[in-house]
Design a protein around this ligand. Structure first.
Ligand code: FES
Length: 65
C-alpha cells in the first residue's frame, strides 16, 4: 500500500512515531499495525526541533515547509 505525502504540524520538543510501512489507520502516525504485517519496516521516531508544519513522505525524514 502506498500513501501520499502528508503535512503534519509538530511542536518543538515533542517526539512523533511516524509510519514508514503505510499500513497505519492513523497514517502518517504509526498505530502498531506493522507488528502484525509481513514487513520489516518500523516506525520512525522524530523529535521536532521547532513548532512548524512538516511534509512527511513515508520512509523519509520530515522536511519543513
Ligand atoms: S504502522 Fe506503519 S510503521 Fe507502524
Amino acid at each position: 500500500m502506498t500513501k501520499k505525502p502528508e503535512n503534519i504540524k509538530v511542536e518543538k520538543g515533542q517526539t512523533y512515531f511516524l509510519c514508514t510501512c503505510a499500513l497505519s489507520e492513523k497514517y502518517p502516525f504509526c498505530d502498531g499495525t506493522h507488528r502484525n504485517a509481513s514487513t520489516d519496516l518500523k516506525s520512525m521516531h522524530y523529535t521536532a526541533q521547532e513548532t512548524c508544519t512538516m511534509a512527511y513522505h513515508p520512509g523519509e525524514a520530515p522536511k519543513k515547509i
